[in-house]
Design a protein around this ligand. Structure first.
Ligand code: PLP
Length: 424
C-alpha cells in the first residue's frame, strides 16, 4: 500500500498534488511519502514481533534511498541502518540513527572506513572475507578496541529479480562459504582486535518467493547451531534484506506477515539470538515517485510515437541498468483513447529508453507523468551524466512538503571542479 492516489482527478502524494510540487520545484523531481515509508517499516517490524521474534533489529538499507530526511523519518519510527560505506555511516548518524543500530556491510571496506566505523561504535561490521577479517583485526588492535563483527555467509542459494542483484550464489563475490564461516568464526574468536557476535547473509534483491529465503535461513540456523556446538558464542543472526516491491509486472512479493511467519518457523527453538534485517526496497520503493514533464510527443510518420520526457536515464537508471519496469501514470489523466508510446529521455544514447510500446492515456507537451515505485534505487543511483543537474528530492508529510535535496545550479556544478595550473 502507498499514499499516491488520484484526488480530485489529479495524482497526489498524501494530501499534496504532484503538480503543486512540480510548479514549486520544477521537473524532474523525486517525491517521497513519509506515511508510506513509516507504514512499510512498521508493518514489517510489527509482523516480526507479532510472529514472536523478540527485539528484531530492522536496519533500513541506506543504499536504496540515502536521503538524510528519509533515513530520519525511518529512524524516528525506530529503524536502524544498514550501510555500505563511510558516507552512508555519516548519513545514518546525521539522520539520528544511534551507532548501536548501524550494521556495516560491503565487500571492500577500506582501512579508513573501518576505523571510522569503529570510532563511531557501530553495532556490527559484516566481514565478507578472510583478508577483511585480518584488516578489521589490525585496525581494532591499532585503536585498542575489539570490533564487533559478523561473518557474511554466502549460502549458495539463487534468488533475486535480476542477475545483477542476485548475491547468494557460490560464485558471487559476496561473503564466504558455510564451511569457511565456521573456520573464520573460530579464528576471529581468538583475535584481539575483533569480537565475533554473529553471522549474516543477504542473498539478493527483488525476491518475490519465500522459498529461496527459507532455504538460506535454514542453512544459517544450522550454522549457528554448529558454531554453538563448538563452544562459540553467537548472539546475532543477520538475515539481510531482499524482499521485493510490487512493480506491477513482477509476481506479487510475499506479505511481511508470511515472511515473518516463515522466519518464526525456521528459527523456532533457537534462543538467545537477536535477528537483524536489512530491508531497503520493500520500505522505500513504493514510497517514492519520479515526476517528469512531457517535453515533446514525436510521432514518426512511419508509425512509432516517442514520448520524450525531461527525465533521463541519469535520473532513473533502473530501466537501462536492470531492464526494470516502472508503472507510468499521468499526473492529470486526460480522457481519450489510449496510445502506444516509446517513453524516452533526452540523453544521446538508445539506452535512455524507459520503455517501449507502453499503452498510456493520451499525453501532450507540458503534461506531467509519474514513474511509480521509484523510491528505492532511484535518486540513489542518479548522476550528472550529460552534465544534467542532479535531480532534486521532496519529502511530503500530510499536506506539507519540503525540498530535502535541492536541485543544484549550474554554477554549483562547475564550482566543484578546478583548473589544472598548466591550462591557465
Ligand atoms: N543488505 C545488503 C548487504 C545489500 O547488499 C542490499 C542490497 O543490495 C540490501 C541489504 C538491501 O536489499 P533490498 O533493497 O533488496 O532489501
Amino acid at each position: 500500500m502507498n499514499h499516491f492516489e488520484l484526488k480530485g482527478g489529479e495524482l497526489a502524494c498524501e494530501d499534496v498534488p504532484l503538480s503543486t510540487i512540480a510548479d514549486a520545484v520544477g521537473t524532474p523531481v523525486y517525491v517521497y511519502s513519509s506515511a508510506t515509508l513509516v507504514r512499510h517499516f512498521t508493518v514489517l517490524r510489527d509482523a516480526l514481533i507479532g510472529a514472536g521474534l523478540k527485539d528484531p533489529l530492522v536496519a533500513f538499507a541506506v543504499k536504496s534511498n540515502p536521503n538524510v530526511a528519509v533515513i530520519r523519518t525511518l529512524a524516528q519510527a525506530g529503524a536502524g541502518a544498514d550501510v555500505v560505506s563511510e558516507g552512508e555511516i555519516r548519513r545514518a548518524l546525521a539522520a539520528g540513527v544511534p551507532a548501536s543500530r548501524i550494521v556495516f556491510s560491503g565487500v571492500g571496506k577500506s582501512d579508513g572506513e573501518i576505523e571510522f566505523a569503529l570510532q563511531a561504535g557501530v553495532a556490527e561490521i559484516n566481514l565478507e572475507s578472510e583478508p577483511e577479517l585480518d584488516l578489521v583485526d589490525a585496525v581494532g588492535r591499532r585503536l585498542g578496541r575489539r570490533a564487533t563483527v559478523a561473518i557474511r555467509v554466502n549460502p549458495d542459494v539463487e534468488a533475486g529479480g535480476h542477475a545483477k542483484i542476485s548475491t547468494g550464489k557460490a560464485e558471487s563475490k559476496f561473503g564466504v562459504s558455510l564451511a569457511e564461516a565456521e573456520r573464520l568464526y573460530a579464528k576471529a574468536s581468538n583475535l584481539p582486535g575483533v569480537r565475533p557476535v554473529g553471522v549474516a547473509c543477504h542473498i539478493g534483491s527483488q525476491i518475490t518467493d519465500l522459498a529461496p529465503l527459507e532455504a538460506a535461513f535454514v542453512k544459517m540456523r544450522a550454522l549457528v547451531e554448529r558454531l554453538r556446538a563448538e563452544g562459540l558464542s553467537v548472539e546475532r543472526l543477520d538475515l539481510g534484506g531482499g524482499l521485493g516491491a510490487p512493480y506491477f509486472n513482477t509476481p506479487t512479493p510475499p506479505e511481511p506477515a508470511d515472511y515473518a511467519a516463515m522466519i518464526a518457523r525456521t528459527m523456532a527453538g533457537l534462543s538467545g539470538v537477536q535477528l537483524a534485517f536489512e530491508p531497503g526496497r520493500m520500505i522505500a520503493a513504493n514510497a517514492g515517485v519520479l515526476v517528469t514533464k512531457v517535453q515533446h510527443v514525436h510521432a514518426r510518420p512511419e508509425g512509432r510515437k516517442f514520448l520524450v520526457l525531461d527525465a533521463a536515464m541519469n535520473d532513473l537508471l533502473r530501466p537501462a541498468m536492470y531492464d526494470a519496469f516502472h508503472d507510468i501514470r499521468p499526473v492529470a489523466p486526460r480522457p481519450g483513447e489510449p496510445i502506444v508510446y516509446d517513453v524516452v529521455g533526452p540523453i544521446c544514447e538508445t539506452g535512455d529508453t524507459f520503455t517501449r510500446d507502453r499503452t498510456l492515456p493520451p499525453l501532450q507537451t507540458g503534461d506531467l507523468v509519474a514513474f511509480m515505485t521509484a523510491g528505492a534505487y532511484g535518486a540513489a543511483m542518479s548522476s550528472e551524466y550529460n552534465s544534467r543537474l542532479l535531480v532534486p528530492e521532496v519529502l511530503v508529510k500530510g499536506d506539507r512538503f519540503a525540498v530535502v535535496r535541492p536541485r543544484p545550479t549550474y554554477d554549483d556544478m562547475l564550482a566543484r571542479e578546478a583548473n589544472a595550473p598548466w591550462l591557465d
